[in-house]
Design a binder for this molecule. Sequence first.
Ligand SMILES: [Ca+2]
Ligand SMILES: [Ca+2]
Length: 571
Amino acid sequence: MTSPDNCLILNVIPAEAGIQVEPNLNQLPELFENIRLPAPYFCDDDTVRPAYPLLDSQGQRLFFRMGRNVYYCPVDSMACNYAILPKPGEDEALSSYYDSTRPFMPAFLGAQTYFYFKHLEGRFDGRYHWGIYKAPLGGRAVQAMDLDQLPGDTQGWNRLGGLRLHGSAALGDEVIFRWNQGGGTYGMYRMHGPTLVPDELHDLIRVDPRRSQISADGSNALYHNRTETSNDLWMVDLASADKTLLGRTNSWLYGANNYTISPSGRYAFFSFPNNRDHLQTRVNLESGEQRDTWTWLIAELRFQDYRRLSDITADDRYYFLGSRTRDGGSAIHRVDMEPDDFSQAPNISAIEFSPSYLLADETSTVTIRAHVSDAQGLDTISWVRLRAMVDGLEDPEWLVNRPIRGEGSASGLLLYDDGTHGDEVAGDGIFTQDSIRAMLNSNFYDDLTSPRPIGIRVVAKDEDRNYVMADTVLYIAPVGARTEFTVSATSSPGIGGSVLGGENYTLGQQVSLTAVPNPGFVFQGWIENDQVVSTDETYTFMATQDRNLVAAFQRSGSSPGVMMLLLDDAE
Ligand SMILES: [Ca+2]
Ligand SMILES: [Ca+2]
């Protein structure tokens, strides 16, 4: 599990504690594949856009609210239908728009799918009937719990606003929810009873909880806690009450939104408002590595659209996002975080910088070249833009300014394939921008004492609104810093083989060392300071310091294992 020290995500810290993406672009592009809802579910009315997309635990069905109804769509066909039937004689299933996170949640009981949702019945028989209601998929709802069973205000307005469903499919017929008990205190309850979750957990949750979320297996909860100096995002083990800090701002002002644990338990997702609400930051819960999985350059979202992010699928690959389009329509996007199919979306196969680093003197410039293609043809690419990132985040910390600028807007420099801006050949798919320079009045540089990398994110969009983004790093060097390094590569023993690639490199240049064993020897690994740093014959890294690497070989001819292999072959 990650320690709090290496997951402080919103302070300017050495990038090795954030995301450092190696420039192996074949593994890096993120494909944003656009799925539109079938025509009946498109709407021009901005008030009934799809919201609160939610996946089932298998990631096979997408649920969302539109207006006062809940729909579901098989992910394969996106043929959508009602998840909850409207009330008899009415057009709507839900009573209100209460709650800013999850107005409904699915539950899975054997082969049956049910919905729990917050509801106020229309009838009034001396009192209102607020509660949690339950409906089978495609069926009508009955009350499962009356809010009057809970402590606190009994008939006040907006009672449902004090109720937050924290569902988990693994909980089956149980719902865990947060409840505003009145007097500024909150409790975490189980629906059956209803009963308070044990006191020690309750206390953890009670510290200014605004939202929390339960993991798919019901074992962990995320919750948000505001202190005098920061906003923290914690994960708590519901059995042991052990806590892990996942994220922290250095401001008491801004909190986290829309946080969720992936069904696999491998990732937490969240948004901090200063990264524009909807930049879904993914944290690997084992390594602490962070990355924004959405980009501000995809300008199909508006303020507070973070409410329209779904959970991610059980294979950690996709999530869905409801959005309003600039032409007034609505759409749901599917985000593929490990794309391998570029039959529709553009592809970015390489990103190059020349020189290989940016000198921080405000006059030196760097030229970027991005190699972009599209199966439908280069003339279907609408634009290619870039943004800088710090610690894997597009908008790192609310007081940190962007570290670079260039011609055009620093929030999205355009790259050109028209022969301008350093582009040598127009129309060859190599998009170029030659005006990138350091913006030294950014406080990013206040503690810049040694070469350090920033993230460079390149995003391409095609006419069909497919997006792809690829991240790499650009090293920034202060004036006077060393930018030339020696990488030495030797063989051990000397007769074991030869090595290629040991020479001088500039900061940020890609180094590729190759070990070639002589006959009778096998390659064991690359050794540095008595540590094995790679067991690949070709070892690739960025030049940031002098390095001394030894390729270790071992004699293989008399190995019993090889003799057995030869005997087997002879039979
Ligand atoms: Ca295309
Ligand atoms: Ca070009």
